[in-house]
Design a protein around this ligand. Structure first.
Ligand code: DX5
Ligand code: ZN
Length: 218
């Protein structure tokens, strides 16, 4: 388990001032910028595409952690890579060839992640884990910010922590959804080393970002 890193989800930022918001979270101590891409098909909401990632790129030196909630994902991997994404995370449910998607991301020179929905078992990772740079456990059903943390995911995080440790490789274990200062410690204790937080980062406005982020480190 690596030191805890915080990845604010810009889904809860002010979209009219996105560049400024990303600069503010970097100044406030964020480690990654989590970008939620939704297609209105894989999840019941629409957000942003590669053009917005490209527009954000010059505003931060932090890794852009792009969470693709789109199906299919493969036709868009290159566009997100070219736009400046550093990490590209796909869902196994989004396409029939997860291994191929991972290989494509790596061939583009980017870090590859796989995200599991709350009902998707950890064993989905059995034959791909060693290929990955990041595993993203969804602790809410993807689609919206501001939902409640699903506690059954703590067991999944524990199981994946053990599996990652067994590989002996450096693989981020990131958890996404419903994380706040009240449950961050439990998520870290279960084995997470990257916490995504939208609502809990952006609440209260820019003067609160540093304290909000610090409060998530457990
Ligand atoms: C949900 C997204 C999350 C979301 C988290 O589909 O993947 O990244 O923005 O938001 P909070 O922290 O508000 O639950
Ligand atoms: Zn996300």
């Amino acid at each position: 388990q690596q030191p805890v890193r915080i990845a604010p989800s810009i889904l809860s930022a002010d979209f009219a001032r996105l560049g400024e918001e990303v600069r503010a979270i970097e100044a406030a101590g964020a480690d990654y910028v989590h970008v939620d891409v939704m297609d209105g098909h894989f999840v019941p909401n629409l957000t942003i595409g590669p053009m917005v990632v490209k527009a954000l790129r010059p505003h931060t030196t932090l890794p852009l952690d792009v969470h693709l909630m789109i199906s299919p994902a493969d036709p868009y991997l290159e566009a997100f890579a070219e736009a400046g994404a550093d990490i590209l995370t796909v869902h196994p449910e989004a396409g029939p060839h997860l291994h191929r998607s991972i290989q494509r991301i790596k061939a583009l020179g980017k870090r590859a992640g796989v995200s599991l929905n709350p009902a998707t078992p950890a064993k989905m990772l059995d034959y791909v884990l060693e290929e990955l740079d990041l595993v993203l456990v969804m602790s809410v059903n993807p689609g919206f910010g501001g939902q409640s943390f699903i506690t059954s995911q703590l067991r999944k995080i524990e199981a994946i922590r053990k599996a990652i440790d067994k590989t002996g490789k450096v693989i981020d274990l990131e958890v996404d959804g419903g994380i706040d200062a009240s449950n961050a410690r439990a998520v870290i204790d279960a084995g997470a080393d990257v916490l995504v937080a939208g609502t809990a980062t952006f609440r209260g406005g820019a003067s609160h970002y540093a304290a909000n982020i610090a409060g998530l480190r457990g």
